[in-house]
Design a protein around this ligand. Structure first.
Ligand code: WT7
Length: 630
C-alpha cells in the first residue's frame, strides 16, 4: 500500500495535518505496516533529556515488513539489481523471494555463530548484494548492525569495533574499485590486532589471498552451506535499536548515531515513496555507498520497504570511463537516479561527450544529496542528464535525521536551483538567530533547528547519551540543532547554506576538523595543527591544514606527504588534506584559542581585511601565514 501524495495541494493539506495532528498523521501512515502487536501510544517525547519514543510498545520486525508483508505481490519482482565494477562481468538480480531466502539463510548462520538479539555486528564490506543481505540478516535476528565504509582505515575500524563492543565483523576478501583491487580482509586483520571479536565472516569477492584465523574466521559460503532458507523473525520493540552508524562531529572521535526500529521503518518508506514518486515497476538507483546513511535509508531500507527495485553499483563513476553512470542508466532503464553534487561536478568536468552516446530517456526523476548543489551543477544535471524534463529533488538531511527532511516531491513541488525547497510532512523546521530567537516570516537567514520529533530521528549516541544531548539538544533549548545555516526566501523556500560548526563537508562526506587535526598530530614531527574547509571546485569543500612542525632534516615536500599518509592511515584516504601549509605559528588569542576565522579566510584566498586581530597574542603570525599560503 502506498501513501504517495500526487499534487501540490495534497502535499500542502497533508503538511498542515501533520503539524496540527502529528500523532494521528503518523499513526495513519504506520497502520499500513505489519505489526505483531500494535503500539499503544504514538509518541512520547522530551527534547530536554532527550527522550523520544515512537509507536510505543509496538512489536514488529522490519524485515517482515520487507518480505512477508509483500511477498505475495512481489515475490518474483527484482528486489536488488547489482551492477559490478567491471562492465564485462555479469549483472546479478535477486528477486524478493531470492533475497528473502538469502537473508534467512545468513540470519541462521549468524545465529549458529552465537550472535543474538542486541549483539553488535560490524559490516565492513564492498558494494555487493551480500552487504545488504548482511544488514537485513542482522535486523532479522535483532542484532544491531554498524556498517563501516570500506574505505576507512584499520585504525578507524578498530575504534568503531571497540566503541560498540562488536561481537562479529562481516567482511570480504577484497574489493574491486575502478582499476584497483583493494585488500579488505587485510585491513580487518590489522584492526583486530588492536581489538578483538569472536567471529569474522568473509565473503569471497576478489579471490585474492587472505589469512584466515582458525576458530575466528569463516568463509561466508561455508557458514551458509547447511543453513535453512527459513527463519522466524525475532520480535522487536519499536524502540529497539536497529543500527548504529558512526559519523563525525565538530569535536572528538566519531559518534555512533543510534536509530531504532519502528520510526525508522515508517519514515524511510514514506519519504522514499513521496520524494522519488516511485511507481511499481520503476528501476531506482542511488549511487551512494551502504557505508553512509544514504545507502542505509535509500538503497536498502526505504526502497525495499516500498517494494521497489533498487540498483546497487559496485564501482566508481569514472571506470572504465566517465560514461559509466550513463551506460548503467541505459542498460537497466533506470527511472529514478540519486547521486551527490560532487559526482555531478566531477563528471561535468569531462564535458557532455561521455553522456551523448547513451539513451537516458528512461529517466523520470533526478536526485541530489550530501552537500549544497551549486547552480551550475544543477543546470548541467537538469539539461544534460534530465534533458530538461526530469525534476531534480535536492534532498537535505543528515545521518541523525535518518531520512530526507527538506526536499521537493518529484514533479509536485516546483523546484528552484540550489533550493531544497520545502519540508516533508511531519517536519517542523525553525530558523533561529545566534541567541536562539525564532526568526519568523519569509526572507530570513539563520541556523536550522527542528522543533518537533519525527519518527526516524536519532535516539542517542551509542554509549554516551550526554554527548547526544550536548551536541544536538543543548545549543537551543527545546530544539534539535542541525549544525546547518539556512535561508528562507520570499516564497518560503529553504536553501541550505552549509555547516556553521567545525564540520567540513568533503565530497558529501562529513569530516570533523578536530578529528583530522588529531590524526595529523600523530605524526611524530608535528607540534600542532589547525584544519579548516575551503571552497573546492569538485569536492564542494577541501581540507586545508596549517601545521607547525619540527622539520628535522626533511624537505617540506617529504613532510607534507608523510603527514598525508598519516591521516590516510588513521582515518582513511577520504580525510587526506588537500593542502598542507607548514607555518611558524597559529593565530591564537591570549587565552590560547585559535582564531579559525582568519585561517578560513586565508584558505579561501582572502588576504586583506582580516577583521579585528587585536586580541591575538602575536598578530605578525597572520602575515607569515598569508605569505606562505598554498
Ligand atoms: C550534512 C549531513 C544525508 C545524507 C548524506 C550526508 C549536508 C546533506 C544536503 C543538501 C545542502 C546538504 C548538510 C548536513 N547536506 N544534504 N541537499 N543540501 N547540504 O549525511 O554525512 O550526515 O551529512 O550534509 O550540511 O548537515 P551526513
Amino acid at each position: 500500500m502506498s501513501d504517495r501524495l500526487h499534487t501540490l495541494s495534497g502535499y500542502l493539506y497533508e503538511y498542515q495535518k501533520s503539524v496540527s495532528q502529528p500523532e494521528e498523521f503518523w499513526a495513519r501512515i504506520a497502520d499500513s505496516f505489519f505489526w505483531r502487536k500494535r503500539w499503544n501510544k504514538t509518541l512520547d517525547w522530551n527534547f530536554e533529556k532527550p527522550d523520544v519514543k515512537w509507536f510505543v510498545n509496538g512489536k514488529l520486525n522490519i524485515t517482515e515488513n520487507i518480505f512477508e508483508r509483500q511477498l505475495f505481490t512481489h515475490a518474483n519482482q527484482a528486489a536488488i539489481i547489482w551492477e559490478p565494477n567491471d562492465p564485462e562481468e555479469a549483472t546479478r538480480t535477486l528477486t524478493y523471494r531470492e533475497l528473502y531466502k538469502e537473508v534467512n539463510r545468513f540470519a541462521n548462520a549468524l545465529k549458529s555463530k552465537g550472535i543474538q538479539k542486541g549483539d553488535r555486528v560490524i559490516i565492513y564490506m564492498p558494494m555487493v548484494p551480500e552487504a545488504a543481505v548482511a544488514m537485513l540478516a542482522c535486523a532479522r535476528i535483532g542484532a544491531i548492525h554498524s556498517v563501516v565504509f570500506a574505505g576507512f582505515s584499520a585504525s578507524a575500524l578498530a575504534d568503531r569495533i571497540q566503541d560498540c563492543k562488536a561481537k562479529a565483523v562481516l567482511t570480504s576478501d577484497g574489493n574491486f574499485r575502478g582499476n584497483k583491487k583493494i585488500p579488505v580482509k587485510a585491513v580487518v586483520d590489522e584492526a583486530l590486532e588492536k581489538v578483538s571479536v569472536e567471529t569474522v565472516i568473509v565473503y569471497q569477492r576478489t579471490q585474492q589471498e587472505v589469512t584466515m584465523k582458525a576458530g575466528r574466521d569463516f568463509w561466508w559460503h561455508d557458514v551458509v552451506a547447511n543453513e535453512s532458507t527459513e527463519n522466524k523473525a525475532e520480535e522487536m520493540d519499536s524502540e529497539d535499536m536497529l543500527f548504529i552508524l558512526y559519523t563525525s562531529g565538530s569535536t572528538g572521535k566519531p559518534k555512533g548515531v543510534v536509530h531504532t526500529t519502528g520510526g525508522y521503518m515508517v519514515y524511510t518508506k514514506y519519504s522514499f515513496e513521496n520524494v522519488f514518486q516511485y511507481s511499481p515497476g520503476d528501476i531506482y538507483w542511488c549511487t551512494a555507498d551502504i557505508g553512509w546513511i544514504t545507502g542505509h535509508s535509500y538503497i536498502v531500507y526505504g526502497p525495499l520497504l516500498a517494494g521497489a527495485t533498487t540498483l546497487m553499483f559496485e564501482g566508481v563513476p569514472t571506470y572504465p570511463n566517465p560514461g559509466r553512470f550513463w551506460q548503467i542508466v541505459e542498460k537497466h532503464k533506470v527511472n529514478q537516479f540519486y547521486t551527490a553534487p560532487t559526482a555531478i561536478r566531477a563528471l561535468q568536468a569531462f564535458g557532455t561527450e561521455p553522456v551523448e552516446g547513451y539513451d537516458l530517456s528512461s529517466l523520470k526523476v533526478l536526485g541530489s544529496v550530501g552537500e549544497p548543489i551549486n547552480e551550475e551543477a544543477w543546470h548541467w544535471y537538469h539539461t544534460h542528464i534530465g534533458k530538461g524534463h526530469c525534476p531534480i529533488v535536492d534532498t537535505w538531511w543528515q545521518t541523525e535525521t535518518g531520512g530526507i527532511m527538506v526536499s521537493p516531491l518529484a514533479g509536485i513541488t516546483p523546484t528552484k536551483p540550489a533550493y531544497a525547497t520545502l519540508p516533508l510532512p511531519g517536519i517542523q523546521l525553525c530558523i533561529v538567530d545566534a541567541d536562539g530567537k525564532e526568526l519568523t516570516g519569509n526572507g530570513v537567514e539563520g541556523n536550522l533547528c527542528i522543533k518537533f520529533p519525527w519518527p526516524s530521528m536519532i535516539r542517542t549516541t551509542y554509549g554516551d547519551h550526554e554527548r547526544c544531548r550536548n551536541t544536538y539538544f543543548s545549543t537551543y533549548k527545546g530544539m534539535y540543532f542541525t549544525g546547518d545555516g539556512v535561508k528562507r526566501d520570499h516564497d518560503g523556500y529553504y536553501r541550505i547554506l552549509g555547516r556553521v560548526d567545525d564540520v567540513i563537508n568533503v565530497s558529501g562526506h562529513r569530516m570533523g576538523t578536530a578529528e583530522v587535526e588529531n590524526a595529523i598530530n600523530e605524526h611524530p614531527l608535528v607540534i600542532e595543527s589547525a584544519v579548516v574547509g575551503y571552497p573546492h571546485e569538485v569536492k564542494g569543500q577541501g581540507i586545508y591544514a596549517y601545521v607547525i612542525c619540527d622539520m628535522k632534516n626533511r624537505t617540506e615536500e617529504n613532510l607534507v606527504n608523510e603527514i598525508k599518509d598519516t591521516v590516510s592511515k588513521i582515518i582513511g584516504p577520504i580525510a587526506k588534506p588537500d593542502k598542507i601549509q607548514i607555518v611558524p605559528g597559529l593565530p591564537k588569542t591570549r587565552s590560547g584559542k585559535i582564531m579559525r576565522r582568519i585561517l578560513r579566510k586565508v584558505a579561501e584566498g582572502i588576504t586583506e581585511n582580516m577583521g579585528d586581530t587585536s586580541t591575538l597574542l602575536d598578530p605578525e603570525v597572520v602575515n607569515q601565514i598569508i605569505q606562505g599560503r598554498k
